[in-house]
Design a protein around this ligand. Sequence first.
Ligand code: MG
Length: 402
Amino acid sequence: MSDIRITKVTAIETAPQGSNLIVVRIDTNQPGLYGYGCATFTQRHKAVVTAIEEYMDQLLRGRDALAVNDAWSVMMNSSYWRNGPVLNNAISGCDMALWDIAGKVANMPVWQLWGGKVRQAVPVYRHAGGDDFGRVDETVVAFLEQGYQYLRIQYGGYGGRQSFLNTPAGSPDGAYFDAKKYLRSVPALFEHVRAKFGDEIELCHDVHERLDPVDAVWLAKHLEQYRPFFLEDALAPEQGAWFKTIREACATPLAMGELFNNPMEWQPLVENRWIDFIRCHVSQIGGVTPARKLAAHCEPFGVKTAWHGPGDVSPIGHMANVHLDLTTLNFGIQEWCGMETDPRVREVFDGCAEIRDGFAWANDKPGWGIEVDLEKAKKYPCDSAQPRWLLARLPDGTSVKA
Ligand code: MG
């Protein structure tokens, strides 16, 4: 047992790029010793802030700051009802903050504390897309010129390009899309990009769980000829059993897990070898402590990691992803949104992971190696308004998954 005690757990709310980010700060009884973790659930951020300040603070105050495993178990189990997105994110913020403190006490980066690097830097993929093929080409060229070797290609937003839709008069406002039009557009996009840019580039695509199961089978079969690096979230979590059908129909690599909260969701997919990449949102599953266990669980089944890395993960969370990637033998690829190049982000977060030649690099500072400017964070307040793109509807007006 160490003498280092937790004295306070606070939530920092900031939105330097417009997306709500939640960062946990844990202070200790040692002057200048504190840690940061990512608790970002951007669409319901106030619920997470309440969970941190009303529950995690009282649970953790006075505890040994270096007893990370015990703290994680207490946070997860003391609510009795567990594994929901709000509490998992609150737990993640505290879990990562305690690992940050452990690294600072050891005077080591967290990757060193976890046994050292198995690769010097982490290959990442970027999002290339546009509302017409010409715009897709422009973004592909720009990323290739910057040295990226892996790209996710999308035509229009999730669900494809929104062309004319025949919708009943009086239908509610929302983000309408036609799943069948989208379904036809994706093989055309892959055919275009392969014809234009050749076979060397690695290509991903994100379905964002928007297809009916049998349509997802059709899409995976038709993309196989273009050799995708992976097809992402082809199904909603509740349709996981359909991955068996896709697996038996074709050899398109499958990535899944962005919406997962709970080990019961990934166990059958991993243990039956129905997927190739597990790509959970690390704060959504409760932090780096369960993420390391998940990666270890996947390794003997031949499943690789591809942790979620969008704009609604804080730079602390992106750095935690990189430290996981650096130390995981069965790492596959890392999604990268590029927020570290935004001056507003750098104003609040100092020490972000850097990209060079298509690889993400961590720094060698203790812990996560990131400092947060608490005053600058206040310059960019969060907003509880509902994002419109999540109000997805089919052409007949039915509200569906986004
Ligand atoms: Mg995705």
